[in-house]
Design a protein around this ligand. Structure first.
Ligand SMILES: *Cc1c(COP(=O)(O)O)cnc(C)c1O
Length: 398
């Protein structure tokens, strides 16, 4: 048996690879350069262009580009009319922003548990957490796999809740043949460099609802409008007049970011295919390892996978998750854990959240780590990652 590098053996790789990485090519760079050489580097034509393309790609009627995925979630909560006294149901197995957005508008995040096989929010648990104060559900397409959209839609319709989909991981995914972005009341995307396509920092919200769209537009630019039909005090003395009619933020995307996003969007389907190929390779390589549990996929989801998670079956291994993680690092395959349950953080603890709220999420969290997954991974890097997982697994298998 091969000795792990962490115990003095030879590492699988000489140089480190990380769990995620953007793919920027010369055409992306020249698209950004073109905008930087033009008259408008913000508030120009590229933002509207990419908004149209995002709408076309996702099949949504409207898209609003914003400065990041967190801003997208914040705008969605504003547009949904969520405020103090309201409750918003979300998952604990996510990036903090999925819950923080409720706090931004004075509402209370309520954590529903996950399905222990798919790791996505469990519709049954959503139902159990509904109270008269519940206003919205923020459902996260974790790792890119679609949540159970049909079931969540039915619950939201029954209780008149707004369905916000946090699709930060899921651009390019589809549910029953329909692209993510066209399915919930509002869908939020992130274009951070670790996500599937990037604009540096960036985000977007898509919707089919015109009322929500108008509110999103206001929310991301100070609540200020230039449209006379929206103004209270119109008609005005001249074209220079604008009005602030609600309280909004400056969450605009710049035009050079929009140019990068526009260029990346053209590559999304190619990225998706490469990601799927790597996922298939990993699934095949790990399916017979007794100490590794592979994430289950629902048949409705055609997933553009953002993360590949291995879950350790700690009863079958003689190591802890930490030892496995550190052993992978020593092999020069840098993993990450997605995520520490949100309510474990001190900030949430101080708000009164306690461990034990979501037993499935807590149990899954104990064994998970994300291994490298991005389209730029070379054949050799994929093989090395598989080799490292098998090497550490076999060493510690009871
Ligand atoms: C990345 C991420 C966000 C936030 O996106 P930013 O662009 O980093 O602000 C929100 N939710 C989830 C699930 C994410 O992974």
């Amino acid at each position: 048996m091969e000795k792990p590098a962490v115990l003095g053996g030879t590492p699988v790789r000489e140089n480190k690879i990380y769990y995620g990485r953007q793919w920027i090519e010369e055409d992306d760079i020249s698209a950004v350069g073109d905008v930087l050489r033009s008259n408008f580097i913000t508030c120009g034509p590229m933002v509207s262009k990419v908004e149209k393309e995002l709408a076309a790609y996702t099949g949504a009627k409207y898209a609003v580009a914003v400065s990041n995925g967190t801003a997208a979630l914040h705008c969605a909560c504003i547009a949904a009319g969520i405020r103090e006294g309201d409750e918003v149901i979300t998952t604990p197995l996510t990036f903090a922003a999925s819950a923080n957005c409720a706090l931004y508008v004075g509402a209370k995040p309520v954590f529903a548990d996950i399905n222990p096989e798919t790791y996505n929010i469990d519709p049954k648990s959503i139902r159990e957490h509904i109270t008269p104060k519940t206003k919205a559900v923020v459902a996260v397409d974790f790792t890119g796999q679609c949540v159970e959209i049909e079931e969540i839609r039915a619950i939201c319709d029954e209780y008149h809740l707004i369905f916000i989909e946090d699709a930060a991981h899921a651009i390019g995914s589809a549910y029953n043949g329909k692209k993510v972005g066209s399915l919930a009341d509002m869908t939020c995307f992130s274009f951070h460099p670790v996500k599937t396509i990037t604009s540096g920092e960036g985000g977007a919200i898509t919707t089919n609802n015109e009322e929500l769209y108008k509110k999103l537009v206001l929310a991301h630019t100070h609540g200020i409008t230039h449209e006379e039909e929206l103004m209270e005090d119109a008609p005005h003395e001249g074209r220079w007049v604008y009005e602030q009619i609600s309280l909004g933020f400056n969450y605009r995307m710049t035009d050079f970011q929009a140019a990068l996003l526009d260029s990346q969007l053209k590559k999304l389907d190619g990225f998706k295919e490469k990601r799927q190929q790597i996922v298939n390779r990993y699934n095949e390589a790990f399916k017979d390892l007794p100490g590794i549990i592979v994430q289950k996929e629902i048949k409705e989801s055609d997933t553009c996978r953002h993360l590949y998670i291995i879950r350790l079956d700690l009863d079958k291994l003689s190591c802890t998750r930490r030892e496995f993680f550190d052993a992978m690092s020593a092999e020069n395959v840098q993993c990450q854990v997605h995520y520490v349950p949100v309510y474990y953080f001190p900030y949430y603890r101080h708000l009164g959240y306690e461990k034990g709220l979501c037993p499935n999420a807590e149990e899954v969290y104990k064994g998970i780590m994300s291994i490298p997954l991005y389209p730029k991974l070379t054949e050799e890097e994929i093989e090395d990652t598989i080799h490292a997982v098998k090497k550490i697994h076999d060493w510690y298998l009871k």
